[in-house]
Design a protein around this ligand. Structure first.
Ligand SMILES: [Zn+2]
Ligand SMILES: [Zn+2]
Length: 481
């Protein structure tokens, strides 16, 4: 995309989310306004640091110093993780999000800063040249100073003469919203853009979040995610199926005095699994298996929940945290001693993909143990470069190398499939065919997912007596405004 083209009014699909499920970033120029929707980190599917580094370090096609606002729909790193670099490169506008997202973004971005600095060190050593980190903690602290929070759904907030917006409910995770931007140009013309960010289920099984709503106000363009847009990957399991599966797994492992290891992302999944375990066993006097939350970041975010949740949600979360079986492990030395003790226990540790964090220590010790079991509750990656993928596909990976050591992969492994925070295929079709819009652009999905969803949505749109266009995004696409 030539730089001069960015001068026309339009939506520019500058991020990797126009091609894949990663790196959300959309640049919008309308009249005198220059806006970025999200600034996510690209995380390479092949888990290749150099590939990710090169993409995340690409020169921006706009000037960060000229941006007025960055809007953030939710706090996951593929939507926020490159803000530090944007600030490092001169962004001084305002970051607009909800107060819940702002609170959770802080530990997540500082953790991301630690990871990008570490990856730059690894690359420098490996390729014997200097890879400077994408950003450092200082850039993250500078970004925090730029955050303005707005709460309340369906309320129009006016930022200046040309830029207004409102949020809509989204069950994707705590703090997540859908965004409608209302932009005016110098001639008084208006354009409305709806952005789903990642959307959660229309009727969610997950705790602490509202159901996703389908906005009915008119938008000229809707930018919609399509992660589960491939009908072939449709999940027909119910949450009660997963709970029964987990209950049987815990009974089996407890009988043989093994350990259940649950790799979980520190935000959202850890707290959801913990709450599910509480619902399953919290009222059983005889349930005496300890449940360890072994990750500093998971502990930190779990504490933050006490400052974010309100009313019944807060009451529920406090019951979970005060349950005598639950132990939050912040200290690394205590973590080591629990790993060494082979008594029966359930462990929730991060990261979910097993790429880094304390989960590595747990897996090194326990995947050779036939009495133990690894329980995944999310996507494990689609190729052997992910440790989670190799553990799950144990028939093809009887031995696994972890930190240079070959270990027999003998522990059982199961996957729970209903804990995803993304809307499933049927919900995507329903959402995408019930809008009041002129055009829907599908993003944040594989090529197969987008084309399958576009086809099914088009059928449903005409059934609903609607006429809007559905477009599949590609890198550097431009939608003129
Ligand atoms: Zn997300
Ligand atoms: Zn995402």
């Amino acid at each position: 995309m030539a730089k001069k083209k960015l001068k026309s009014d339009g939506i520019y699909f500058t991020g990797m989310s126009s091609e894949d499920v990663t790196g959300s970033q959309y640049y919008i120029k309308y009249g005198n306004s220059k806006i970025l929707i999200e600034c996510g980190l690209h995380q390479s599917a092949s888990n290749d640091y150099l590939d990710s580094y090169k993409i995340n370090n690409q020169k921006y096609k706009f000037k960060p110093s000229e941006l007025d606002y960055v809007f953030i729909g939710h706090c996951h790193i593929d939507h926020t993780g490159n803000i530090g670099r944007l600030v490092k490169q001169g962004f001084r506008g305002r970051i607009i999000t909800t107060s819940e997202t702002a609170k959770i973004m802080k530990p997540l971005l500082l953790n991301s800063s630690m990871i990008v600095q570490n990856e730059a060190k690894i690359l420098s050593l490996k390729y014997k040249r200097n890879y400077s980190p994408l950003y450092t903690d200082e850039d993250i602290y500078n970004a925090f100073e730029l955050i303005d929070t707005y709460d309340g759904y369906n309320t129009i907030y006016t930022l200046n003469d040309n830029v207004s917006f409102r949020w809509f409910k989204n069950s994707h995770c705590i703090g997540a919203v859908q965004l409608q931007l209302i932009l005016k140009d110098e001639y008084g013309r208006t354009k409305k853009i709806l952005y789903t960010s990642d959307i959660g289920a229309l009727h969610t099984n997950n705790h602490y979040v509202p159901d996703t709503e389908i906005p009915q106000c008119y938008s000229d363009v809707t930018i919609m995610e399509s992660t589960y847009g491939n009908e072939k990957r449709k999940n027909n399991k119910t949450r009660s199926f997963d709970i029964n599966h987990l209950c049987t797994a815990i009974d089996t492992v407890a009988d043989r005095k093994g350990t259940i290891i649950m790799p979980c992302f520190s935000f959202s999944r850890t707290q959801e699994i913990l709450t599910t375990l509480y619902d399953m066993y919290g009222h059983e006097e005889n349930f005496d298996i300890p449940i360890y939350v072994d990750s500093q970041l998971s502990c930190e975010i779990s504490k933050l929940y006490n400052h974010i949740l309100t009313g019944e949600n807060l009451e529920k979360w406090q019951k979970v945290c005060n349950w005598r079986n639950v132990k939050f492990i912040e200290d690394k030395e205590i973590s080591k001693s629990i790993i060494a003790n082979k008594s029966t226990k359930i462990v929730l540790s991060s990261s979910g993909f097993c790429t880094n964090g304390r989960i590595i220590g747990w897996l090194r010790k326990y995947i050779a143990d036939e009495k133990s079991m690894v329980v995944f509750s999310g996507y494990v990656g689609d190729n052997p470069s992910y440790l989670s993928y190799r553990i799950k596909n144990y028939r093809d990976h009887k031995q696994i190398k972890i930190n240079g050591e070959m270990i027999n992969n003998k522990a059982d492994c199961i996957c729970l499939s209903t804990f995803s925070s993304h809307a499933g295929f049927d919900d995507l079709v329903k959402y995408g065919s019930s809008l009041n819009t002129n055009k829907v652009v599908l993003v944040h999905g594989s090529r197969d997912a987008k084309s399958c969803l576009a086809k099914k949505m088009a059928e449903a749109v005409s059934k609903n007596d609607k006429t809007y266009k559905i477009v599949e995004s590609h890198k550097d696409m431009i939608i003129r405004l």
